[in-house]
Design a binder for this molecule. Structure first.
Ligand SMILES: Cc1cc2nc3c(=O)[nH]c(=O)nc-3n(C[C@H](O)[C@H](O)[C@H](O)COP(=O)(O)OP(=O)(O)OC[C@H]3O[C@@H](n4cnc5c(N)ncnc54)[C@H](O)[C@@H]3O)c2cc1C
Ligand code: SF4
Length: 333
């Protein structure tokens, strides 16, 4: 008969063996953003930046991303600052934690959509670790990809990593993994910009230009580029909000996120509108028909209803995240 002690020792051994472990890698800790981009230039394509690590480290444990060199950003004070006034636009350091963003009085008051989106991300512990920059650069997600190595190997992998086929749409030449960042649709809707720095210079692009509708090449950012700043537009003159659909209110990735931003004339007519859907494509998607339905009109129950109905065709969920895709598409309304 097996004794209680040996049974419990055996159970501990099995648990430890089945734990997902990080692969071996070299960790570098630069003293400044400049040093970080130089380290990246020296290390080449086998290196990746890490901020809070709440996305990258789980991905490394599942062998979805396997950098040999990891360049840590969390200690870089310069990336953790917030500058400017809402009236002129604010500059968020990419290394600010989600908690820093949600707790800042200026952000809560003048950019409530940004505060709300960040506040809806995962759990307090993960928001204390996760950065706003890492959130905008989050890897795309898919039920066939967010699995451990053995699970993916058992289905012969997929084209996003190590394989050739897409299990969601087997005849498709592209990957449909889903853009699942809560802050990305908001940054696109309000017209934020991002600063990217590398050893060969720097550039500022609109948040909308940062994303590309492809589950593999989902960012218009070179791997060697460091995201240093997120530039929020002057807060005057627009109103924005964010709504998120997920299975559990306590924490879960969005299966649909809706960011809206309107600029109103003095008489309440909508001069400009941006309605951006997240979690239903490989990039934040612009619901152009929904925008058109309110531009030049006043916001009434009828015009809002018309606009909501027009958001339906823009949502293109597939069966590769939580909950039924037809229900999620319906909910875009
Ligand atoms: C259980 C769980 C639930 C979650 N729920 C949500 C959710 O509901 N919504 C959501 O949006 N996210 C969610 N996340 C994902 C994640 O926690 C957040 O998106 C977080 O903000 C990521 O930031 P990070 O600093 O940890 O990113 P990291 O893991 O450090 O990095 C993410 C990616 O960005 C790159 N990177 C990071 N910073 C920079 C930079 N400054 N310049 C260049 N590249 C950079 C990294 O190389 C990596 O590719 C969840 C994660 C977990 C584990
Ligand atoms: S959408 Fe297809 S290719 Fe992309 S991660 Fe999922 S199964 Fe793989």
């Amino acid at each position: 008969m097996v004794s209680r002690e040996s049974a419990s020792r055996r159970w501990r051994e099995v648990s430890v063996r089945s734990m997902l472990r990080l692969p071996k890698f070299q960790y570098l800790h630069p003293a400044s953003p400049k040093e970080a981009v130089q380290m990246m230039a020296d290390a080449g394509p086998d290196a990746m930046f890490v901020a809070g690590g709440t996305d990258l480290y789980p991905n490394m444990k599942r062998r979805q991303q396997v950098p040999k060199v990891v360049i840590g950003l969390a200690q870089l004070k310069k990336l953790g600052t917030m500058k400017g006034k809402p009236a002129d636009g604010m500059v968020l350091g990419a290394g600010l934690t989600l908690t820093d963003v949600t707790q800042d009085r200026r952000i809560r008051h003048s950019y409530p959509a940004v505060a709300k989106a960040a506040e809806l991300i995962s759990t307090p512990l993960l928001r204390n670790m996760g950065s706003i920059g890492g959130n905008l650069l989050l890897d795309t997600r898919c039920n066939y990809y967010d699995q451990n190595y053995e699970w993916r190997k058992a289905i012969h992998f997929c084209m996003k990593k190590d394989g050739e086929i897409c299990w969601v749409a087997p005849s498709s030449p592209r990957c449909w993994a889903v853009q699942s960042s809560d802050c990305a649709p908001v940054m696109v809707a309000i017209g934020a910009r991002v600063k990217l720095v590398s050893s060969s210079g720097e550039r500022v692009i609109g948040a909308a230009e940062l994303y590309h509708d492809d589950g593999i090449q989902h960012l218009n950012k070179r791997p060697d580029e460091l995201l240093t700043e997120i530039l929020l537009p002057p807060a005057n003159g627009f109103r924005a909000t964010y709504w998120k659909l997920r299975r559990r209110g306590s924490f879960d990735f969005p299966v649909l996120g809706v960011a809206t931003c309107v600029r109103l004339a003095g008489d309440g007519t909508v001069e400009d509108a941006k309605i951006i859907l997240g979690g239903v494509g490989s990039s934040p998607l612009e619901a152009i028909l929904a925008q058109r339905a309110i531009i030049g009109k006043k916001l009434t129950s009828e015009t809002i209803k018309e606009s909501s109905a027009a958001a339906y065709p823009a949502a293109k969920p597939l069966d590769n995240t939580d909950l039924a895709m037809t229900w999620r598409k319906d909910l875009a309304r």
